[in-house]
Design a protein around this ligand. Structure first.
Ligand SMILES: Cc1ncc(COP(=O)(O)O)c(C=O)c1O
Length: 397
């Protein structure tokens, strides 16, 4: 028998990047040396002291039982301590923190926690496609907020119509931003909080790249802004900060009523994470943070290699200020899909076409800084040999 999928499943957004992954796979199977800059999977291992903690705590029979439904107190205390140390933000471990199976789980759950079918969610465009999945699973209505280069890839709230603002129940934001590499300042968060208060909108700030800021800037947490906890939450994941993407661990922090809603949904869906993962995650948050500084320096150095290399061959691009992505404007004669195909076919370089992140991503491609400097240099030289960019010659003479 073949069973039909539910209407809900059928309504889920198609995975835009699946065809790119397949195409890269075909080239690789044929033996091509593809430089894959299209994905967002950290390339470095989890720091040793965190793995050691997992090994040690995996032996404890207490961790072989069901863990507390709402997560271990010690992990929530570690998360609170982390926010106090890094951002000067005070959080109550019990009421203001909910443990998550990675950031994605929280982002997808939130619309179901707070919205009834047909209610409106504001989503950045371009943006991380998993927000759309959460919107669809809640049968909510998505209204996009364009992120334009001239506004530093921040949404311009004056563009939102009054009716939309009065209907909106939830807003997703994400800085440092995937895919644009932009960062937000305090002023932007203050404006967001004002808007959210006036219109009773819950703000969900996705802080997945919170640890990755360049040029000496430590990215702002939304929770640092005054009144943030009144209007929303921040979702923090250990995936990027500590190269723990495979571990599936993160947490939501902030507004008590939202945290209670997440906990309630999760009571019905899961038992919490493996205790040893929670203990190792606490070690990550409380132990030496040298690994985080080193990782940040590694991404910054890769960014510099890529940006300087591309500028030298005549591709006039803007350097990302945070995250591990660069958002590159494609030559005007190409769409983002055509340019991504062109780079893959002619230079065996995979990049993510911007339109896959939303309509306002058209005209750009996203490049990950998740491979060595040598491979990035090799990518630059392959692009140079395509001869589509004209070298900028400094004519100071
Ligand atoms: C913007 C953004 N948010 C959230 C996530 C989810 O991360 P995780 O589910 O691994 O915590 C990612 C991962 O790529 C991301 O890019």
């Amino acid at each position: 028998m073949e069973f039909q999928q539910s209407d809900l499943l059928k309504s889920l957004p198609k995975q835009f990047f699946a065809s790119l992954v397949q195409k890269v796979g075909r080239y690789t199977e044929q033996g091509a040396d593809v430089i894959n800059l299209g994905q967002g999977n950290p390339d470095q291992p989890t720091p040793g002291h965190i793995v050691d903690k997992l090994k040690e705590t995996a032996e404890n029979p207490l961790n072989h039982k069901y863990s507390p439904f709402r997560g271990m107190r010690s992990f929530k205390e570690a998360a609170a301590e982390f926010y106090k140390r890094e951002y000067g933000v005070h959080l109550d471990p019990e009421d203001e923190i909910a443990i998550l199976f990675g950031g994605k789980a929280g982002l997808v759950e939130i619309p179901q926690c707070l919205l009834n079918p047909g209610e409106t969610i504001l989503v950045p465009d371009p943006g991380y496609p998993d927000y759309w999945s959460g919107v669809e699973l809640a049968r909510a209505k998505m209204v996009t907020m364009p992120l334009r280069e001239e506004n530093g890839f921040l949404p311009d709230y004056t563009e939102l119509k009054k009716e939309v603002l009065s209907e909106a129940k939830l807003m997703f934001l994400n800085y440092p931003n995937n895919p644009t590499g932009a960062i937000a300042d305090e002023n932007f968060f203050d404006n967001t909080i004002r808007l959210a208060k006036e219109n009773e909108i819950c703000v969900v700030h996705d802080f997945a790249y919170g640890a990755i800021g360049f040029d000496g800037k430590h990215p702002y947490s939304f929770l640092q802004a005054e009144g943030a906890k009144d209007v929303g939450i921040e979702i923090y994941t250990l995936s990027k900060t500590y190269n723990m993407a495979g571990w599936r661990v993160g947490f939501a922090a902030g507004n008590k009523s939202v945290i209670a809603a997440i906990n309630l949904l999760q009571d019905h869906m899961y038992v919490s994470l493996f205790g040893a993962v929670q203990e190792a995650a606490a070690e990550a948050l409380l132990g030496s943070q040298q690994c985080v500084s080193e990782l940040n320096a590694l991404y910054e150095s890769r960014r510099n290699v890529l940006v300087e290399g591309l500028k030298n061959i005549g591709w006039n691009i803007t350097a990302p200020k945070g995250s591990f992505f660069a958002w590159l404007k494609v030559p005007e004669t190409f769409t983002s899909v055509e340019f991504a195909d062109f780079l893959l076919d002619k230079a065996h370089i995979a990049v993510a076409p911007g339109v896959g992140f939303g309509e306002f991503g058209e005209g750009y491609v996203r490049v990950g800084l998740l491979t060595s400097e040598d491979r990035l240099r090799e990518a630059v030289s392959r692009i140079e040999s395509l001869g589509i960019f004209k070298k900028h010659i400094d004519n100071d003479l």
